[in-house]
Design a binder for this molecule. Structure first.
Ligand SMILES: Cc1ncc(COP(=O)(O)O)c(C=O)c1O
Length: 311
């Protein structure tokens, strides 16, 4: 859905609440030219206790950690960013939404070195439905293995959520959509499974769960961490430092994506090869139910994973 069709009117920029249309940057902003920004994507869920931000502290931690390799000093404290976000959700009367905090090197000069450029910070919130479509959650998505490889962490840190990295995601995702698939799976430099363009990947085989380890050039997804915790609590064995070969994708019993945007989405085929029975598998369904029961607060467990806007 286009921003033009959304009922949102305020963005927080460098300490001020500004009208949506006035949230502008200079065309010579460093981050625009060199991808020198770090950001987060967070979901806030509608619950019977009002809007609840899922794993807000972990997302904020990752934002500051992402800034570190780039020597970027975010001058606002986590507390200030939290207050700004809560105020944006309240002012715009959002019951559920997606939250996008971003910090980037701003306007001063355009050498590749950001020396002298300010670190600008902004936060926007808007309503966002199901990332890969409503139907995808139930029936799963068709994916292709991208011809684009994920860069190694020795080339660009993959555990930092940096704006510039997403050209790789865009290439892979658009290649998949051009070829009639919903999403891509990207292999790392070694040819093993890394992740989706905006999702982590999980594989189920013989009742056990596997997901590529952090050394496989992946983002340390916060949904990934949460699903690993939920799965272990449900009694599953989870191999969270797996190396998964391309071939293992096709013979998996089940595959699914996790991500703040994609939540828990089953994968029903890879390169036109049906996965399992070609529908959402039983382990995926069980984990998906546990995930949605948790984020929509139908269960009391893990209340510390939520930041309640109305408290
Ligand atoms: C490349 C990539 N991998 C994985 C994820 C999933 O991470 P998270 O669960 O923290 O949203 C994302 C989404 O942010 C992503 O962009």
């Amino acid at each position: 859905m286009s921003f033009a069709d959304m009922d949102v009117d305020t963005i927080w920029m460098n300490g001020e609440f500004v009208d949506w249309d006035d949230a502008q940057i200079h065309v010579l902003t460093h981050g625009l030219h060199y991808g020198s920004g770090v950001f987060e994507g967070v979901r806030c869920y509608e619950t019977e206790h009002g809007p609840a931000i899922f794993r807000w502290e972990e997302h904020l931690d990752r934002l500051y950690e992402s800034a570190k390799p780039y020597d970027m000093e975010i001058e606002f404290s986590p507390d200030e960013l939290t207050k700004a976000t809560v105020e944006l959700i309240r002012r715009q009367e959002l019951e559920s939404c997606y939250i996008r905090p971003i910090a980037y090197y701003g306007y001063d000069s355009l050498g590749v070195s950001p020396a002298g450029c300010p670190t600008d910070v902004a936060i926007a919130c808007w309503p966002w439905g199901k990332y890969l479509g409503e139907e995808a959650l139930e029936n799963g998505v068709d994916v292709m293995v991208s011809s684009w490889r994920k860069h190694a962490s020795s080339q660009i840190p993959t555990n930092a959520k940096t704006t510039g990295l997403y050209v790789n995601s865009m290439l892979a995702g658009e290649e998949a959509r051009r070829n009639g698939y919903v999403e891509a799976i990207v292999l790392n430099k070694e040819g093993n499974v890394a992740e989706g363009p905006g999702e982590n990947v999980f594989l189920v085989r013989d009742g056990e769960i596997y997901t590529p380890g952090l050394a496989e050039s992946i983002l340390d997804g916060i949904t990934r961490r949460s699903v690993i915790t939920l799965a272990r609590e449900m009694g599953y064995t989870v191999h969270d430092s797996a190396s998964i070969s391309r071939g293992e994708l096709y013979t998996a019993d089940e595959l699914f994506f996790t991500g703040s945007a994609a939540e828990v989405t089953p994968i029903k085929s890879v390169d036109d090869t049906e996965i399992g029975t070609g529908t959402r598998g039983p382990v995926t369904e069980e984990l998906q139910s546990a995930f949605f029961d948790c984020v929509e607060r139908r269960v009391d467990d893990h209340d510390d994973w939520f930041y309640y806007v109305e408290d």
